[in-house]
Design a protein around this ligand. Structure first.
Ligand SMILES: C[S@@+](CC[C@H](N)C(=O)[O-])C[C@H]1O[C@@H](n2cnc3c(N)ncnc32)[C@H](O)[C@@H]1O
Length: 265
């Protein structure tokens, strides 16, 4: 696995890249339910009315648009012009006018303490220096203001599903060219350290998806009978898995989310 470099920023700036594969709001997407649930949870964490919100790595506005609908004054930033164009169009269709800005999460073009809430959903994995992006989020939120992050967890157990492919590559059995690496994953422990080093007090770390959505679908389809009957899987993920999200098992869940507050001086 290579170290992240700034080249990844060129990838995200090119049209026909992330806008093609990131469609969590499309009901046909295997991650639809996972991300809809995540959005519902994140929206319930803040009383949005009148809040000055910055959404970093906003993509197609999945989080920014509901925040604006809930009465927040939203600014949203992304490095991809193509993603922003789609976000703008969706906002217009909803009769909303958040301020969309093209820019880099590692160098936010905003003054310090300018926002009440800063969110950064599913984007830290794609930034070459995520610790700097967290520090920037902490810089632009006011003292006592809230930050909300979500990212894919390095130690998610469903990553085991990638092992056969990794072994095949290592043994040179799979010769199809690998695409450019555009994501790097970090543990919940590293994530917590970044937040603390940025001067944020971690109020909540929460896992989601004991198996990430895609893997969960593949798993339940492949092993549905009799090892893990579909009905049992549905019951497990509806009733049991949500109770484990703040248990030590969060460290091996697919997604990790954090709520952290900027320390008051
Ligand atoms: C997986 S998408 C998530 C989008 C959105 N937050 C959501 O949850 O639907 C990652 C987003 O991060 C953006 N991104 C990647 N690197 C970035 C950077 N250095 N600065 C700002 N945005 C970046 C990408 O263009 C993309 O829109």
């Amino acid at each position: 696995m290579s170290q992240p470099t700034n080249d990844v920023k060129h990838y995200f700036q090119r049209p026909g890249t992330v806008a093609r594969w990131w469609n969590p709001e499309d009901e046909r997407d295997p991650h639809f339910a996972h991300f809809r649930e995540q959005l519902t949870w994140a929206m319930a964490q803040v009383a949005w009315e009148g809040q000055r919100v910055l959404d970093v790595g906003t993509g197609k506005g999945r989080f920014a648009i509901p925040c604006a609908q809930a009465g927040a004054r939203v600014t949203a930033i992304d490095i991809s012009g193509e993603m922003l164009a789609q976000a703008r169009q969706r906002a217009q269709q909803a009769g909303l006018s958040p301020c969309f800005v093209q820019g880099d999460a590692e160098h936010l073009p905003f003054s310090s303490q300018a926002f009440d809430v800063v969110s950064c959903m599913e984007s830290l994995m794609h930034v070459p220096h995520p610790q700097q992006a967290v520090a920037e989020a902490a810089r632009v939120v006011r003292p006592g203001g809230q930050t909300i992050f979500s990212m894919t967890n390095k130690w998610r157990i469903n990553a085991l599903a990638n092992l056969p492919q990794a072994c095949a590559r290592a043994l040179r059995l799979n010769r199809s060219p690998a695409g450019p690496q555009i994501a790097w994953y970090y543990s919940t422990r590293t994530f917590r350290r970044w937040l603390q080093q940025a001067g944020l007090r971690v109020c909540l770390l929460r896992g989601q998806g004991l198996f990430q959505a895609g893997a969960r679908l593949a798993f339940t389809r492949r092993f549905s009978i009799p090892l893990f009957p579909r009905a049992f899987a549905d019951w497990f993920f509806a009733r049991i898995e949500p109770r484990l999200r703040q248990s030590p098992l969060l460290h091996v869940m697919g997604t990790v989310m954090a709520i952290a507050v900027a320390e008051e001086p």
